[in-house]
Ligand binder design. Structure first.
Ligand code: NAD
Ligand code: DAU
Length: 348
C-alpha cells in the first residue's frame, strides 16, 4: 500500500510518518512537504534511510505539480496534515491560510478525484482537522462530532472550509473520506511559536512568559504520540464518511498549565522553586480568543478502542526532557526568521 502523508516534516506529521514507517514495513510511506518555516527534516533523521520511506519536496498550492505526483506514484491513501497551523499568524496574514489550507486541500482533492476515478472504493482521503472549527465552549459542555461549526479565527475558518470541501467531495463525487478533529497537541518537535514549546524555550533562556489576557483560557491537551496512534487507528479501522473527535480528556486553564510547567522546569533545571514563575508576564489578549475547547472523545473510544496512553504529567516531563536534550534542534529553529517573528509578535 502506498500512503501519502502531507506535512510529514511538521510537528504532528513527523510523528505520524515515524509510526507508519516503523509499524508497517510492508507499506510505502511518502512524505510530501514544502518545508516551510514549520517543516524540518531533522524531525525524521532517525528513519529517513528506511527502505519504505520517500520524501517529496512539493507545495500543495501548486496544482499541476500535485496532479503530476499523483499520476507518477498512484498513492492508495492520503493522510492530509499539511497546513498553516498557528492562530496568531492567521491573524497577521489570513490569505496565507486560505491559500494553503483551502486551496492546497482543493488541489489534493482534485488530484484524488481524477486519479481514483472508477476505483474510488479502494482509496481513502483522511483529512486531519482541529477542534477549533467548533468555536468556543462556555464553562461546561464538550464538543461532539455533531456540534455545528462556528470558527472564530482565520485559521479555524480555513480549516472549517477545508473540512466542508472534503465532505462535499464525498457527497458529490463519492470520494471516500474520513475527518478527525483533534484538540491541542504537545510533545517533542513542536515549533516554539505555540504555548508549551515557546514557554519551555523562554524558561531555558530566562525570558518573559507572555500569558495572553487573564490566562483563564482552557485547552484540552493531548500528547502528540497518542494523536499519531489515533490517526493510525482511524486509518486502519475508521469508517468511511465518518468524523472522529480526538482529545486528551485533559483540560487545563493556561495559567495553571504555565505554573505546572514552571515548577517542573525549576526542578529539572535545579533552579529554586519560583524562578520560572517570576517570568510570567500578562500581555495583550489574542483578538477573537476562544475561551474554552474540550473534546468528547467517546466515539473513537467506544467504536475504535482508542484512548490516550500517556498522562499529562508523564507527557509534559517527557516533553521538557526532549527539549533539554535537543538544544541543537531548538537553536536551529529559533535562529534566523524566528527572531524576526518573535520581535514582531511580542515586542509592543
Ligand atoms: P506544523 O505547522 O507543525 O506543520 C505543518 C507542516 O505542513 C510543515 O511541515 C510545513 O512545512 C507543511 N506545509 C505547510 N504549508 C505547506 C504547503 N503549502 N505544501 C506542503 N506542505 C506544507 O503543524 P502541526 O501542528 O503538525 O499540524 C498538522 C495538522 O494537524 C494541521 O492540519 C493542523 O491543522 C492539524 N492539527 C494540529 C493540532 C495541534 O495542536 N498542533 C491539533 C489539531 C489539528
Ligand atoms: O485546538 C487545536 C489547535 O491547537 C490546533 O488546531 C492549532 O494548530 C494549534 O496551534 C493549537 O491552537 P491554540 O491557539 O489553542 O494553541 P497555542 O499554543 O497558540 O495557544 C494555546 C493557548 O495559550 C491559547 O489560549 C493562547 C495562549 N497563548 C499562546 C501563546 C503562543 C498565550 O497565552 N501566550 C502565547 O504566547
Amino acid at each position: 500500500m502506498k500512503v501519502l502523508v502531507t506535512g510529514g516534516a511538521g510537528f504532528i506529521g513527523s510523528h505520524v510518518v515515524r509510526r507508519l514507517v516503523t509499524m508497517y514495513p510492508e507499506y510505502q510511506i511518502y512524505n510530501l512537504d514544502a518545508l516551510t518555516y514549520a517543516g524540518n527534516l531533522e524531525n525524521l533523521k532517525d528513519i529517513d534511510t528506511s527502505p519504505n520511506y520517500t520524501f517529496i519536496k512539493a507545495d500543495i498550492t501548486d496544482a499541476s505539480h500535485i496532479q503530476e505526483l499523483f499520476e507518477t506514484h498512484a498513492f492508495d491513501k492520503v493522510i492530509h496534515l499539511a497546513a498553516e497551523s498557528h492562530v496568531d499568524r492567521s491573524i497577521e496574514d489570513p490569505l496565507a491560510f486560505v491559500k494553503t489550507n483551502i486551496m492546497g486541500t482543493m488541489n489534493l482533492l482534485n488530484a484524488c478525484k481524477s486519479i481514483w476515478k472508477g476505483e474510488m472504493q479502494d482509496h481513502l482521503f483522511y483529512h486531519i482537522s482541529t477542534d477549533e472549527v467548533y468555536g468556543s465552549l462556555g464553562i461546561d459542555g464538550l464538543f461532539t462530532e455533531d456540534n455545528s461549526y462556528s470558527p472564530n479565527s482565520p485559521y479555524a475558518a480555513s480549516k472549517a472550509s477545508s473540512d466542508h470541501f472534503v465532505r462535499a467531495y464525498g457527497e458529490t463525487y463519492d470520494l471516500p473520506y474520513i475527518i478527525s478533529n483533534c484538540s491541542n497537541n504537545y510533545g517533542p518537535n513542536h515549533f516554539p511559536e505555540k504555548l508549551i514549546p515557546l514557554f519551555i524555550n523562554n524558561i531555558i533562556e530566562m525570558r518573559p512568559l507572555p500569558v495572553y489576557g487573564d490566562g483563564n483560557y482552557t485547552r484540552d491537551w493531548l500528547y502528540v504520540i497518542d494523536h499519531a496512534i489515533a490517526i493510525d487507528t482511524i486509518l486502519h479501522n475508521g469508517k468511511t464518511g465518518e468524523t472522529y473527535n480526538i482529545g486528551g480528556f485533559n483540560e487545563w486553564k493556561n495559567i495553571d498549565l504555565v505554573h505546572l510547567l514552571c515548577e517542573l522546569m525549576d526542578d529539572t533545571l535545579s533552579r529554586k522553586r519560583g524562578t520560572s514563575a517570576s517570568l510570567i508576564t500578562y500581555v495583550k489578549d489574542r483578538p477573537g480568543h476562544d475561551k474554552r475547547y474540550a473534546i468528547d472523545a467517546s466515539k473513537i473510544n467506544t467504536e475504535l478502542g482508542w484512548k490516550p496512553t500517556v498522562t499529562f504529567e508523564e507527557g509534559l516531563k517527557a516533553t521538557v526532557d526532549w527539549y533539554l536534550n535537543n538544544k541543537t534542534w531548538l537553536a536551529q529553529v529559533t535562529s534566523g526568521d524566528y527572531k524576526d517573528y518573535y520581535s514582531k509578535m511580542y515586542t509592543s
